[in-house]
Design a protein. Structure first.
Lengths: 507, 415
């Protein structure tokens, strides 16, 4: 509708995108994610003036709370976790739109109350019937919640108002379950109205991959098999499973991280240039590259899984995975996974992509390293270039977001000696020290209906197609190799790269 | 690390900067621009404080040019440069250099600044108080991609705005315009929803507030309806009323922080509309460094209309805005030319200097009385009355020095 708004002009770039009248309903509002990320993100958006006047937030959970109790909970969460300073007047206007609906997901009465709450908000706050339902609940409840939404006529707005569903990973645990989940949700919500949150895609640095590749000329010409030797994508965590034993055991690192985050990063790194920056063009290119991803023929030699054992990490003694609370001592769940993939297209044929992830590794880091081939001919003696490694371009996704370029340089002195140096671009340094949280961006995009940064169901299914054979192989062959907590994974992972004449970067 | 240099040169300052950076372990240089602040001894503290805060969002090399031309003829003949280099510590990743230009050197600031600019990054010049009449032709202004002035900090804000309109060049911008961004975004969001055409509008605000002038001009230019101005007690802007066939859309803020928005057929809602600190305004300015075409259109539209109580969209002036005149007091913009449409749709790019279709912006001067409260009573052929007597009265009573030199030295001078 903005095209007919005389106050909007494409050349007027100061005016921010403000979502139209709308509200957000959070199921499972008492959860960790909701308190640590969603509520602060809502406040931060309001504080930056990006939420529509009258924006409303409805919490739904099994608690005996009144609206004011809910307000207090949000207040505490915001005070503790918000990124922007707390301002009373922002809080005042925002908190007027807070409502709480107590109940369980199979409770018809609660959903009737939810419906009347929404109607009341439309009248009192002018939300215009536009609501997003955020399902911050375990996936086993998805079918119940969406069915209830449909039965109580909440899944479709009247007139031109919209209803959207927001879901969090895991999107199933294999291709079949993902398809079931998608069909359950798509029975109620149109595919275009379902927003799958992969908070990695909301990170500035991840969006910057596209800017780096497609807004510059100096990288794209060498971004192919003629210059790139291989690509390493790493997501390492220093924490253990914490309180997530129930969820994590039986799922493991590959399903938890590789299927969504790492394959998305791979897609962004390897994809061709989209014809435009809209959701459809992006998904087309991402799908294309995911479809070109092939597993190695010998899964035994080119995939590795591991499980951490008791050890010392960063000066702290930590338990092994099988000693963690709630994990059986003979669990075969992988807490480390590394796989080699190839992308069979003209740009990438013959360039391996190594993906690895793990818990209780050396330190917390996520990065994409594009490692280049050695110079085809060197006029320097081998002794001169002894210490010269391969050139590399590293996108540091978190923490310390930025880009590093590694290249050789002469060591000052009378002899010719060449050594690696790095050149650094720190995101936090060149731009805002407080860049918006991923959830802020993603919530705003949901309210605006902008699906750029959300994986579509085809991508989710395609990712499972890639990972399923690996999981099947692992189920029937051996068990995870052990690695000591605080190290960089099992020895087999190093051997896996050594067989190809390469080695893992120490991030 | 602070390094004081007395009777120095730009190259010595440069080596001091390199030395300071080495001392910090040669961290990666993440500075994205050079910000030059042109000010005097009395005002540099507040300006620098705002700029330093803004530099947390936009790490920059801040060059503060403090002119000390001297009072006696003997002092004026002198030429001396004193500098204070601040790196690390509170300045974060930014570098700050205070340059004190004594005597004759005060007239040659560009010669000091030029060697100190960061290579290959944009330059922004900010005059916190008095700016040159032609920022674009100023020797320092010429170095810059962006020239920031502040009409509200001058003696006569409205005639300053008129001057800005006359001398506008791509890259110019004014903090009075920056201050109304939150108002503009809420109003635009209100009209994003279905609404009846706007027939007329009223902007209420403090006297001598160039921001309310600009907001009124912007509404008139975009909506093509008459916009009246009313003086209120403030602070800053207090209300905008858009009359539509269905009733009034009102955005009202009486306390400078929380506003209420009423739209016909909808419940009244509260909107946080905080008056912002200068540091936030500067941070917003530095976010985009390409010419602000919306500001250009608004301020040019203002040539000849400034200072009048009601802004009529259909009065044709030289060099004012785009599109043919339409007298119809309806919403819906005047049809734009195909070129203009194409331009609007084109991806962002550095725009060429754009002059109005009917002449250069400066060309308006001939047919336009020097606007502003003191000159407009003689406005030729205007049916609308001259500025309110209250405004004129106040203008006469506004004596320099009465309120701190007639200048806004504080950081909280938001709309």
């Amino acid at each position: 509708m903005s095209s007919s708004n005389p106050l909007r002009d494409a050349s007027d770039r100061r005016l921010p995108r403000i979502a139209g009248p709308s509200g957000l309903v959070i199921f499972g509002v008492t959860g960790d994610l909701s308190r640590k990320k969603l509520m602060p993100a809502v406040y931060d958006l309001a504080n930056r003036g990006l939420l529509p006047p009258g924006f409303s937030l409805v919490g739904f959970a099994r608690r005996d709370w009144e609206d004011q109790d809910f307000c207090q909970v949000v207040h505490d969460a915001v005070k503790e976790n918000a990124r922007t300073p707390f301002r009373e007047e922002v809080w005042q206007q925002l908190s007027q739109g807070f409502r709480f609906v107590p109940g369980t997901f199979d409770d018809d009465e609660a959903f009737r109350k939810l419906k009347s709450t929404i109607n009341e908000l439309d009248k009192a706050r002018g939300t215009g019937g536009n609501f997003a339902f955020y399902l911050s609940v375990p996936p086993k409840f998805f079918p119940t919640v969406v069915r209830q939404l449909k039965e109580h006529g909440l899944s479709e707005g009247e007139g031109d108002s919209w209803r959207r569903a927001v879901i969090e990973k895991p999107f199933g645990h294999d291709l079949k379950s993902a398809q079931e989940l998608n069909s359950v949700i798509h029975q109620v919500f149109r595919p275009a109205d379902v927003f799958r949150i992969d908070h990695y895609l909301g990170k500035e640095t991840v969006q910057n991959i596209l800017a780096l590749r497609f807004a510059n000329t100096m990288f794209e010409p060498i971004w192919n098999r003629s210059y790139v030797d291989h690509v390493q994508i790493t997501m390492a965590e220093d924490i253990g499973i914490g309180g997530r034993a129930g969820y994590y055991d039986g799922i493991g690192a590959a399903r938890d991280v590789i299927q969504n985050h790492l394959l998305q990063l791979l897609a962004l790194t390897a994809m061709e240039e989209p014809s435009s920056f809209d959701a459809k063009a992006l998904v087309t290119e991402k799908l294309k590259v995911l479809k070109a991803v092939q597993l190695p023929g010998d899964l035994g030699r080119h995939t590795v899984r591991g499980q951490y054992t008791h050890g010392w990490q960063g000066g702290e003694e930590v338990l092994g995975y099988c000693e963690e609370e709630g994990i059986s001592s003979d669990s075969r769940t992988d807490t480390y996974a590394a796989i080699k993939l190839s992308v069979d297209n003209r740009r990438w044929a013959g360039v391996p992509f190594y993906l690895r992830t793990g818990k209780r590794l050396g330190r917390r880091v996520t990065e994409i390293a594009v490692v280049f081939q050695r110079a085809p001919y060197s006029p320097f003696d081998t002794t001169d270039t002894q210490e010269l490694g391969q050139n590399a371009l590293v996108v540091r996704v978190q923490p310390d977001e930025g880009v590093t370029i590694r290249f050789g340089s002469k060591v000052p002195g009378t002899s010719m000696e060449i050594r690696d140096v790095t050149m650094d671009f720190a995101y936090g340094e060149s731009f805002t020290t407080s860049s918006p949280e991923a959830y802020e961006r993603l919530l705003l995009d949901v309210l605006l209906g902008d699906a750029n940064l959300f994986p579509r169901h085809q991508e989710v299914e395609e990712s499972w197609r890639i990972l399923d054979p690996v999981e099947e192989y692992w189920d029937t062959h051996g068990k995870p190799e052990e690695y000591t907590a605080g190290t960089w994974g099992p020895r087999a992972a190093d051997e896996m790269l050594a067989r190809d004449g390469r080695s893992w970067r120490r991030p | 690390m602070n390094i004081d240099l007395t009777d120095t040169t730009s190259s010595q300052i440069n080596s001091a900067l390199v030395k300071a950076r080495r001392a910090a372990g040669s961290p990666a240089v993440g500075m994205v621009l050079t910000l030059v602040i042109v000010t005097d001894e009395g005002n540099h503290y507040d300006a620098l404080r705002s700029a330093s805060q803004a530099s947390q969002e936009h790490p920059s090399r801040i060059l503060v040019v403090i002119k000390r031309p001297g009072r006696s003829p003997r002092d004026r003949k002198l030429a001396r440069l004193d500098a204070e280099v601040r790196v690390g510590g509170e300045t974060g990743t930014s570098e700050t250099v205070l340059l004190r230009l004594h005597g004759e050197l005060a007239n040659h600031a560009h010669s000091v600044v030029l060697p100190l600019l960061l290579p290959d990054t944009p330059v922004v010049v900010w005059w916190p108080e008095d700016a040159p009449a032609h920022p674009n032709e100023d020797l320092l202004g010429r170095l810059a991609a962006r020239r920031i002035t502040d009409a509200s900090a001058t003696e006569d804000p409205v005639s300053t705005l008129a001057l800005r309109a006359e001398t506008y060049a791509p890259g110019d911008t004014d903090l009075a315009w920056t201050r109304i961004t939150p108002w503009r975004s809420v109003l635009a969001a209100a009209l994003d929803q279905r609404h009846a055409p706007v027939e007329s509008a009223v902007v209420e605000g403090e006297a001598y507030n160039p921001s309310s002038e600009l907001l009124a001009l912007w509404l008139a230019e975009r909506l093509r309806v008459p916009v009246a101005r009313k003086v209120s007690a403030g602070p800053g802007l207090t209300a905008v009323r858009l009359s539509t066939g269905e009733g009034e859309v009102v955005l009202h803020r009486s306390d400078g922080s929380l506003a209420s928005l009423s739209v016909p057929g909808q419940p009244d809602r509260h909107v946080a509309l905080q008056r912002r600190e200068t540091s936030e305004l500067i941070a917003e300015e530095l976010r985009r460094l390409d010419p602000d075409e919306a500001y250009a259109a608004t301020v040019r539209f203002g040539a000849g209309r400034l200072g009048k109580q009601t802004i009529q969209p259909d009065e044709r002036q030289n060099g004012s805005g785009s599109g043919p005149a339409t007298g119809a007091p309806a919403a819906g913009r005047a049809p734009r030319t195909p070129e203009a449409e194409a331009e609007a749709a084109a991806p962002p790019r550095p725009a060429p200097p754009r002059t109005g279709p009917s002449g250069s912006p400066g060309g308006g001067a001939a047919g336009t009385p020097a606007p502003g409260p003191s000159a407009s009573p003689g406005g030729k052929g205007e049916s609308s009355p001259a500025p309110g007597p209250r405004q004129l009265e106040a203008a006469r009573h506004r004596i320099p020095g009465a309120d701190g030199g007639g200048r806004n030295t504080g950081g909280g001078s938001a709309s």
